[in-house]
Write a protein that binds this ligand. Structure first.
Ligand code: FEO
Length: 405
């Protein structure tokens, strides 16, 4: 790769990770990028580093426009290893540079590296750095994505370097949103945005609203948003902000995700009349078998839909393991503004549906009760019950959805 100009004297110098398919357990079928940015000014400033495997790549990209030893400031917006784990290799080239970082960022770096010889300036919201013609403003964004996180606004360039926020896991030769839309599609970009938000930022919806309001109150003039993953929002910065606000406010499509697993196909057989009942009510639905689907893909489908039905056979009186794993993962993401119910087959004692509702209550989701259980295999009568269960759930989902219109 080469450095790519994003604004006058500001360059993308990051890395494209075409091969990554497992991002700390989150499936990334499109790969990802680790973006960082170089500001060529009186004081040459690098904003963020990249994942350690790509250190040489970013050094080569920097060298494409300037000798790395000329960098005097290193801004670290976020210390998670996908962005900060090559800092030791960068600092080896610029031992006299000053690192601009939040207090919690510094404490986190201290746990990962020998920082004793590095020079730091701890910054908080409102602090600035003048690099010459550019003024950088730091904005703390704790928990977006980690406690240390912050963003850097380059005033004269109207550029917000937003670290994880507004990112997408896409490996692409396009550096900008409009380029990607032209060579791929708007739908693919939107899918990647939802996937990323659902799996990484879902727990932080309230914080996202608060932070966007705070930025809007500051009256920052932003015409480009440069995240640390995926494409840079050159053409549609306002739209991605609105998209985040919509998702934080619970926007979802009037559709239902039927997410299930099965042992001897009985729970699977229940899904057919259930989905027919849902369709009869005019509600779109998609069916996801957990054993055939990565959890992060199931989470995305959950998040896209207003309603969810979870199907699980009973195994040893509790949930089937893949369903339990999915619900555990979902609970950690603290979902909101969704309605959910459960169904499944059992052989003697039952227990999976009951346990599913216990999980739903822990998540404080709107529940559709009672759930539906079928003994062994669905009979014709059971199939009719499944159909009605699907219809009734679709009606309830339509009602619930009106709260968000
Ligand atoms: Fe892309 Fe929170 O790291």
């Amino acid at each position: 790769m080469k450095a790519i100009k994003v604004k006058p004297d500001i360059y993308w110098v990051g890395a494209v990770d075409w091969a990554v398919r497992d991002f700390h357990g989150y499936v990334t079928p499109r790969g990802t990028t680790y973006n960082n940015y170089l500001i060529l000014d009186k004081q040459v400033t690098l904003v963020d580093t990249v994942k350690h495997d790509f250190a040489q790549g970013t050094i080569d990209n920097i060298r494409d426009v300037i000798e790395p030893s000329k960098i005097v400031n290193l801004v670290i917006n976020h210390i998670e290893p996908d962005h900060a784990s090559s800092i030791d290799k960068i600092m080896a080239l610029i031992p006299g540079a000053t690192i601009y970082i939040t207090d919690r960022g510094k404490k986190g770096l201290d746990r990962h590296f020998d920082t004793s010889k590095w020079k730091f300036r701890i910054v908080k919201t409102g602090d600035t750095l003048n690099t010459g013609k550019y003024n950088l403003l730091f904005l703390e964004t704790p928990m977006l994505h980690w406690p240390d996180s912050m963003m850097t606004y380059v005033k004269e360039a109207k550029l917000l370097i937003s670290q994880d926020a507004f990112g997408q896991h896409i490996a692409t030769s396009s550096r900008f949103d409009d380029e990607f839309i032209e060579c791929a599609s708007q739908a693919e970009l939107e899918d990647a945005v939802i996937d990323y938000y659902a799996n990484i930022l879902m727990p932080f919806g309230q914080l996202i609203k608060t932070k966007i309001t705070e930025v809007q109150k500051l009256g920052l003039d932003i015409d480009m948003i440069a995240p640390d993953h995926g494409v840079i929002w050159r053409k549609h910065p306002a739209e991605i902000i609105q998209k985040y606000l919509d998702m934080a406010n619970g926007k979802a499509s009037l559709s239902i995700a039927v997410i299930y697993d099965t042992m001897w196909h009985s729970t699977e057989q229940m899904t057919l009349p259930i989905t027919q009942g849902i369709k009869e009510e005019g509600v779109d639905c998609r069916v996801i078998k957990l054993r055939a689907t990565p959890i992060s893909a199931a989470i995305k489908d959950f998040w896209k839909s207003r309603g969810c039905l979870v199907g699980s056979p009973t195994l040893n009186n509790i949930l089937y393991p893949t369903v339990a794993e999915f619900l555990s993962h979902l609970r950690g993401l603290r979902p909101k503004n969704r309605i959910i119910g459960a169904f499944g087959s059992y052989g003697w004692g039952g227990g999976a549906v009951k346990e599913a509702y216990e999980e739903f209550r822990k998540m404080k989701l709107e529940t559709f009760e009672p759930g539906l259980q079928v003994l062994y295999k669905p009979s014709l009568e059971d199939s009719a019950r499944c159909y009605e269960f699907g219809r009734e759930f679709a009606r309830k989902t339509k009602d619930y959805h009106t709260k968000f219109i």
